[in-house]
Design a protein around this ligand. Structure first.
Ligand SMILES: *[C@@H]1O[C@H](CO)[C@@H](O)[C@H](O)[C@H]1NC(C)=O
Length: 330
């Protein structure tokens, strides 16, 4: 095979390998659904069962929520009240911006710089929930989630999160004992994941939000935690929309922006988006090949041989590989 073709093929394989490697955790999220850690309906007592009080209660009875300040908007008072009414024996903590910052400054000062530096307030609202679960334990509930039944049965699992479709886990309802290793890993990883992506939505998702937590969850499970260290998973039917579900989900995400529509569209059409991405990638490679490599090949003699080894050729390939890798990591 001609040398330039070999170089071209090797470069293609390297670029593809790099692209696949950089999105490997994301790809694995598509096939791994956490079913081995499911909190199955069979092991949950019915909503009014007498068995509820017989179960061990490992998680402390605390409900955590977050908002800017104490004056909650009307549309969230209903869901909040449904949780308060069902859990009169629970402590309730509303983490306002002010209280959150004071808490981080007092208990986790190493994180204060990152916390203050977040560009979007929702990043602080995301981060604070991992810290309060790590510190106090309890159950965190988003303000747009109401309660449909007592959460007592969920106190029996040292740590749990909920599954999202089609992939990953969410951070809108989570429970944990204090100092669970999963939430330790989450808070420990936050500074490293504090990166900017092109779109605000992706920046939020990947630095502190559900995408961040899903990636941490994959890495955490990779080390095969056992027993109480495992993170149990609440599947959609136990989360929402069924008589036995623990929560009722209300619309009203306050922070969604214009780029959300694009992201949701891309998530729904991820197969086509991936195909188009790779097609564009290959088209680019083909253009490089026909423009820079093929012409040199057709001219013969020692001059063209000299041309292959000129440095700019390698530079061009490697700058492309960075572009591809960046785009696919998103
Ligand atoms: C709470 O925050 C909201 C939204 O920013 C604002 O409109 C309201 O005035 C604040 N309330 C108080 C008591 O500061």
């Amino acid at each position: 095979m001609r040398r330039s073709v070999t170089i071209f093929l090797v470069a293609t394989v390297v670029i593809l390998g790099f692209a696949v490697h950089s999105v490997w955790t994301l790809l694995s999220l598509l096939v791994i659904d956490g079913r081995e850690d499911i909190i199955s309906r069979a092991e949950l007592p019915a909503p009014n069962s007498g068995a509820i009080s017989d179960r061990p209660q490992l998680i402390p009875k605390i409900i955590h929520q977050t908002y800017i300040n104490e004056s909650l908007p009307e549309h969230w008072k209903g869901p909040q009240k449904s949780c308060l009414d069902l859990h009169t024996d629970y402590e309730y903590k509303l983490w306002t911006d002010k209280k959150s910052r004071e808490f981080i400054a007092a208990e986790y000062p190493w994180f204060l710089e990152t916390f203050d530096g977040y560009k979007y307030p929702i990043q602080r609202a995301d981060a604070i929930r991992y810290f309060v679960l790590h510190h106090f334990g309890g159950i965190y509930i988003d303000l747009d989630d109401g309660c449909n039944r007592s959460l007592d049965p969920l106190l029996a699992y040292p740590a749990w999160v909920r599954k999202t479709n089609p992939t990953g886990i969410s951070n809108d309802a989570m429970g944990s004992v204090p100092r669970h290793p999963f939430f330790l890993k989450a808070i420990d990883s936050l500074p490293e994941y504090n990166r900017h992506w092109m779109l605000p939505y992706i920046t939020v998702m990947a630095s502190t939000g559900p995408l961040f937590l899903s990636i941490i969850w994959r890495h955490y499970n990779h080390a095969s935690p056992e027993g109480d260290d495992r993170v149990r998973i609440l599947f959609p039917d136990e989360y929402n929309n069924h008589p036995w579900s623990f929560f009722t989900h209300h619309v009203g995400n306050s922070w969604h922006r214009n780029d959300v529509k694009l992201i949701f569209w891309m998530a729904q059409h991820w197969v086509s988006v991936t195909l188009v991405g790779f097609t564009i990638g290959f088209a680019l490679l083909y253009c490089i090949y026909t423009t820079f490599i093929a012409p040199r090949q057709s001219s013969s003699g020692p001059r063209s041989k000299f041309a292959y080894s000129r440095i700019p050729f390698y530079r061009r390939i490697s700058s492309k590989s960075f572009e591809l890798a960046d785009r696919h990591q998103v």
